[in-house]
Design a protein around this ligand. Sequence first.
Ligand SMILES: Cc1ncc(COP(=O)(O)O)c(C=O)c1O
Length: 448
Amino acid sequence: MISRWRLRERLEEEIQLFETTHPNARALFEQAQKSLLDGVPMNWMVKWAGGFPVFVTSGQGSRFSDVDGRDYIDFCLGDTGSMTGHGPEALIEAVSARVHEGTTFMLPTEDAIWVGEELQRRFHLRYWQMALTATDANRFAIRLARHITGRPKILVFNCCYHGTVDESFITLTPEGPKARSGNLGPPVDPAVTTKVVEFNDVAALREALEPQDVACVLAEPVMTNIGIVHPEAGFHQMLRELTQETGTLLIIDETHTLCAGPGGYSGLHHLKPDFLTVGKAIAGGIPGAVYGFSEAVAKKIREKSSLADADTGGIGGTLAGNALSLAAIRATLGYVLTPEVYQHTDRIAERFLQGIREAIEEFQVPWNVTRLGSRVEYWFRPVPARNGTEAALAVDPELDRYMHLYSLNRGILMTPFHNMALMAPTTSESDVDTHTEVFRSALSSLLD
Ligand SMILES: Cc1ncc(COP(=O)(O)O)c(C=O)c1O
């Protein structure tokens, strides 16, 4: 067992080490307090394990450097936005050319057609539209689902994350569904707009959909934001059957699960959603997102909407579908996130998983490790969680912070707020083995 006293003592040592080895980052952080709220351009950036963030100078492939002259292996990869690795050659070329030729026109470029056809091929949905972020893609899909079904509610799974989508900030509590803590200034209490059930709970899903007041289920096919929670055998089939029986549309959010294969988890397991959304990595880190829908959905959209209202209908964004994003998506899908690359990242992720698994067994800590394609995560419970509540109960912020900081101080960046690692096309066996060594030494420091 890990002693809390030892954990706190070791954590204090790591915080000190971080402070003494990052003087330039600290100075920039202090300067930034004068113009940026909390000293960062986006307020969660202050939540990094060291107490202040590393300030980046440049990144290439699966590595980056900071203002203190330190180098890191990047397993965070912008929490998926840079799943392609930083600055793949094809992306640099396409984006540089586009910048020289104009980035946004409110008019299509030919890249849009290439992208639409490639998305059809990968995800088997007929029609596609663009947005700038995965949050927006989800919001637009929800709006369309409400519009064409005429139903008021949506349904999400407990402890999900789909971006800053108002309706999704709901959680199950012993007293019933409530807004998640930290839900700032909600336009409406999410308990009014949203039903929430546990992932893998078919009976609860059936009961929630039965009244036929739910426009759509918004789901990751595998939960990834409360650790990796895999669907149980038959769950997706039941999800599809129950949604179809009750006239509920199914939106599958592949933003993170694009790590499972070129067509995401849906492509790999032949899921047939009504809508599919993807953001982040799809444009190699340039803002860009897409949402697709079936022929039947497109027919209803056409029947129920008028072109006259298209620019004020709550779905839009002047920059959506801009030429730069489309050039970036084309380069990413055409040359970077190719089937061959997935073979490499799957293999390297399995090596990452095995390294952790062997250390967990050797040091006999009650943790488990799971993988989804090129994404690996260890969690502080002996067996993988079946749902959001089980996963959330195992969250241990102090231990989490220690594992992060110990790794960061030794040149390894993990995804913040959980223990997740993502492999890029450029991640090497030696990067993985370096992580395994550091992971073993972190465990040993807590147990010796
Ligand atoms: C599954 C999923 N969907 C959507 C989003 C939103 O992405 P963005 O913040 O780029 O809008 C996230 C962000 O983490 C996500 O994990």
